[in-house]
Design a protein around this ligand. Structure first.
Ligand code: UDP
Length: 477
């Protein structure tokens, strides 16, 4: 897609702090006080006000995970990517038939990695490449440490003590003793299980470290601790060129991906979208601004509320902040409380703490949104951005991590650097709907070309061939 494709008339001014767009077409006065009985729209899954529950027309969301939907077959993607692309995937997989793969990460639910593995692994198995997914286990002390590492690798302050190193290594060692390593290929995701590579010398397989986070500016102590482990692998994969470090092993670039046929991304009936909005107290007759994210400070949910408050002075809109805790994220509850406090008693800020089996509801919320926001301060790739692009939504997102790969400023979305910039861009899009529509169209095309699971699957097949000596390596694929 070319920048010139975009109608020049739709180009927007640079965002500036506190710039105002009063009198823009589409803008309206701020809302007056909510009607009686609507004061408590804001709620959490676990502590809905009693009168809110009474007002609800339907049960909101199941308290138990529903039975998993049958994963799509490769053939089902033909209508989206076309037959030649499918044939290419099948051709590449032929040589890998009966080669075995083990993928390991640190959580089965919540977060982007689990999201990708849930879809990728059934497709590999369908291609007759037997692929297993294992999740490491650990106590709260381990997850405290790995969360600290996560923040430190994104550049945060950290005090890496001997005890912390021992906690990290001892849980890696426990998992290593518990697991069997008999496959041809091992793919270890992110730093948490990186120490499993100590088993490499006992195996005949090839070991790949798949790093989903931005290592461009890591805490030096934490990176010095991890780097010798990483360099024992046969290759490392990063999500963007800027995320990489100097390493003695080959490095490859893989964009993460979404599955257009998953519950999270498939097309939905309008009636279902309306029902979800109804259940959650969202008024579809007014603009809906949504950020879907774990309650994590790096996702800046409080900054999103501040931006919304600036917009709300001029445009009557609602803010939906929907998230849930990944099982490897101990900070979630604290951040959720901060978010609740920042929202105060504004009934147009709807905070949803969703269970991990809410893919359909998240899909509906994204589709019901006028604008998708992802105002991260640090980010890996940002699958929520990909999901927004795929749904043809105008996306307003922080210019961090892998987001600029997805959001090409003013072409497939808009990038922001501050609360004020975020508020300005939201106001601009709310008052310039044709521009918003054009961004959405461009965004979908960009996602289709680069960030669908079928593109990702093809990359894995090529890399496996390289790792097993069936194809010539190159610096990046
Ligand atoms: N997600 C979810 N429930 C939530 C919050 C997020 O299912 O409550 C999903 C979201 O739709 C996306 C993924 O989790 O598919 C988050 O991936 P992303 O790369 O945006 O962020 P991460 O959580 O991995 O940092």
């Amino acid at each position: 897609m070319k920048r010139k494709d975009l109608d020049q008339n739709l180009q927007i001014k640079e965002a500036g702090d506190n710039q105002q767009v009063e009198n823009q077409p589409g803008a309206s006065e701020p809302s007056s006080a909510p009607p009686p009985g609507q004061k408590e729209r804001r709620f959490r899954q676990t502590d809905l006000p009693a009168h809110f529950i009474e007002r609800r027309k339907h049960p909101r969301i199941s308290t138990e995970p529903p039975p998993p939907a049958a994963p799509p077959r490769l053939e089902d993607y033909a209508s989206i990517i076309g037959r030649p692309e499918l044939d290419e995937i099948r051709f590449l997989a032929r040589h890998l038939r009966s080669k075995t793969v083990k993928m390991v990460n640190s959580t089965a639910v919540g977060g982007g990695v689990a999201e990708i593995l849930n879809r990728l692994i059934p497709l590999m198995n369908e291609l007759e490449i037997p692929t297993k997914w294992e999740v490491i286990t650990g106590g709260n002390d381990f997850y405290e440490v790995t969360k600290g590492f996560h923040n430190a690798l994104h550049g945060g302050e950290y005090n890496l003590t001997k005890t912390i190193q021992e906690i990290f290594m001892s849980y890696n060692e426990q998992n290593r003793q518990r697991m069997e390593f008999v496959e041809d290929l091992f793919v270890i995701h992110d730093p948490q299980p990186a120490g499993l590579v100590r088993s490499k010398s006992d195996t005949r397989g090839r070991w790949i470290w798949r790093c989903h986070i931005d290592l461009s500016n890591p805490h030096p102590g934490v990176w010095d601790f991890l780097k010798p482990m990483v360099e024992q692998y046969d290759a490392a994969i990063f999500s963007a060129p800027a995320f990489t470090r100097q390493l003695s092993i080959p490095q490859y670039l893989f964009y993460p991906s979404i599955d257009p046929l998953s519950e999270k991304n498939k097309e939905l009936e309008e009636s279902y979208i309306n029902k979800v909005c109804d259940d959650f107290g969202i008024d579809r007759s007014r603009p809906v601004i949504t950020q879907i994210s774990r309650f994590d400070r790096l996702k800046d949910p409080v900054g999103v509320i501040e931006a919304y408050k600036l917009v709300k002075k001029y445009v009557d809109c609602q803010l939906v902040l929907a998230g849930g805790g990944a099982t490897d994220d101990p900070e979630g509850a604290v951040v959720l409380q901060e978010v609740m406090d920042a929202a105060g008693d504004d009934p147009d800020v709807i905070i949803l703490n969703l269970p991990p089996w809410s893919a359909l509801e998240i899909n509906a919320l994204q589709r019901a949104s006028t604008i998708i926001v992802q105002k991260s301060l640090k980010e890996g790739f940002g699958l929520t951005v990909t999901e927004g692009l795929w749904k043809e939504k105008p996306v307003v997102a922080g210019a961090v991590g892998g987001i600029p790969t997805q959001v090409i400023h003013k072409l497939t979305g808009v990038l922001v650097h501050s609360v004020e910039g975020c508020a300005y861009q939201i106001r601009y899009l709310l008052t310039h709907p044709e521009f918003a529509v054009q961004l959405g169209k461009n965004g979908k095309e960009h996602a289709k070309e680069n960030f669908l699971i079928t593109v990702n699957l093809k990359r894995w097949l090529l890399l496996f061939q390289i790792m097993l000596g069936m194809a010539r390596p190159s610096k990046t694929i």
